[in-house]
Design a protein around this ligand. Structure first.
Ligand SMILES: Cc1cc2nc3c(=O)[nH]c(=O)nc-3n(C[C@H](O)[C@H](O)[C@H](O)COP(=O)(O)O)c2cc1C
Length: 265
């Protein structure tokens, strides 16, 4: 009993100290989606915010950014950034935001992590993407910043930006960055072969995406406050991944069309 009380007090104290930590939302955004998420995070966290800017901005045109981005990746000549106004030493926790480019964090973040000292900082990655890339970019940050602590992050599809405020609230409360009330989510049920009805849900959520996302083989599900969430195991069609396996999450909310929330490759 005494031990239980001691651990409750330790937990309450450490959560209280998380609330007191100084937080900065630091982000790059080319076409505005990550900016929307960054500003929502700033609002809900009451944190400071700074945008990362390139000396020579990208044009905002998809094909041009693709070409320039690929050239930079191949040559390792990352884009030059304007100096940060914020002093990173003033912050305990940095919410670091970026769009996913080529499966990882956008090129300006490569410059940022090369040129700044993040040792001892807690970093919470957040990103926006066409289909996915939170896990791969967080792994890349862990490699690039071995002296920082990279926490669980938040990722949002460009097509689902309307869900940002609600999802961010859940993310911040679940991870004890803010106080609030949310309904805890149960675990997913065990993976089972997909039924025809589940295949239809998968296709409704995924078939309009610009690239083929594969064929679902098994699925687990769970009830959420707004409907049902599915976790599909998917055999990729070979596009971009050589026929590997991915996990695709799909939500079906009352009165709404099924939507996939992210692909984990
Ligand atoms: C050069 C480039 C590469 C991209 N690569 C990916 C990718 O590998 N995976 C993905 O899901 N989305 C990819 N996207 C889509 C962006 O991640 C997505 O549109 C993002 O929300 C843009 O954020 P922003 O509006 O803050 O710039 C790419 C976009 C660009 C311009």
């Amino acid at each position: 009993m005494k031990r239980l009380l001691v651990s409750i007090v330790i937990m309450a104290t450490s959560i209280a100290s998380i609330y007191a930590q100084k937080k900065l939302v630091l982000y790059y955004s080319e076409t505005g989606t990550t900016k929307t998420v960054a500003e929502e995070l700033q609002k809900q966290l009451s944190a400071d915010i700074e945008v990362i800017e390139c000396v020579k901005p990208y044009s905002g045109n998809f094909n041009e950014t693709m070409q320039r981005g690929q050239r930079e990746m191949q040559s390792g000549e990352w884009p030059e950034l304007k100096p940060l106004k914020s002093k990173l030493t003033n912050y305990d926790v940095i919410f670091l935001g970026y769009p996913i480019w080529f499966g990882t964090y956008a090129n300006p973040i490569a410059t940022l992590v090369k040129n700044n000292d993040f040792a001892g900082k807690t970093i919470v990655p957040f990103c926006t993407f066409g289909s996915g890339g939170l896990n791969t970019s967080a792994d890349a940050l862990k490699k690039a910043l071995p002296k920082a602590t990279i926490k669980e992050g938040y990722g949002l599809r460009t097509a689902r930006v309307a869900a940002a405020a609600k999802e961010i609230k859940r993310f911040l409360v679940e991870n004890h960055f803010v106080q609030g009330t949310i309904t805890p989510l149960p675990a997913f049920s065990a993976q089972k072969p997909v039924t025809d009805a589940e295949k239809t849900i998968f296709n409704d959520a995924c078939s309009s995406y610009q690239f083929p996302l594969g064929t679902p083989s098994t699925v687990g599900s769970r009830k959420t406050p707004d409907g049902t969430e599915y976790k599909f195991t998917v055999k990729s069609n070979g596009f971009g991944g050589g026929g590997g396996e991915s996990i695709i999450y799909v939500v079906v909310e009352a009165g709404a069309k099924p939507e996939f929330t992210q692909v984990v490759r």
